[in-house]
Design a protein around this ligand. Sequence first.
Ligand code: NAP
Length: 253
Amino acid sequence: MGRFDGRVAFLTGAGRGIGAATAKLLGAQGAAVAVADLELEPAAETAAAIAEAGGRSLALALDVTDTAQVDQAIERTVAELGRLDILVACAGILRDNLLFRMSDADWDAVIDTHLKGSFLAARAAQRHMVAQRYGKIVFLSSTSALGNRGQANYSAAKAGLQGLARTLAIELGPFNVNVNAVAPGFIETRMTRATAERLGVEYEQFKADVAATTPLRRVGQPEDVAHVIAFLVSDEASYVSGQTIYVAGGPRG
Ligand code: NAP
């Protein structure tokens, strides 16, 4: 028996990084998984890995900032995989800049992808979750929610997601839907590699510097976050809602 047998999960940004690791873990533990990402190719790679490991999956291309695309992707998931129990909103981008250099476009792109994208996915998913009186939603926040130089847009979005999780936990709790957030510190993915490139720092050195100031003395791996998300979307966490769990190798990354 798998932990998620009979459950259907929908993940955004699941072609790469934390989303891909979570999709594979949920798939390995019995969930049928809809793997959505901006481009079909990375989504299809994750979906193929789930299928090769004996799981059931569906690859979807979608832009989480587009209401119609999000609604259609959720409806297609329910039509093809039969129901919807779990939403994990991982899609994300960075447009870092100090405030005086941050353009309207930098601000809008980050707020739209993280905050509006998570809102749209949650709104579409809850229709099915409320009707069946069962659902699990996890948003990806970040230690940057606590403040991080050069990330006014990202920090505001990630702090906003913690408020969104708390509010939806209150609204959806009566329908047996749990809503939580995870807030990773430095995780080894394309996103942190891109940050090193932007800063002109060699990635191995960048990771070593972060590890040296992290209490657990290492950077995180996508699987470190995936396991916490899997706990939150499992029935073992059925009395946990409206919380943000930091996954940062210490009290903050
Ligand atoms: P990643 O490897 O870059 O994966 C993010 C995925 O989201 C990419 O495949 C990206 O596609 C996709 N995406 C971007 N915009 C999208 C859109 N509009 N619609 C649909 N998909 C979109 O990043 P990650 O490190 O796994 O991050 C996953 C989540 O964790 C993000 O929300 C991030 O903010 C959060 N997080 C990460 C860290 C970290 O250290 N890595 C720390 C804290 C929080 P493209 O590559 O095609 O753009």
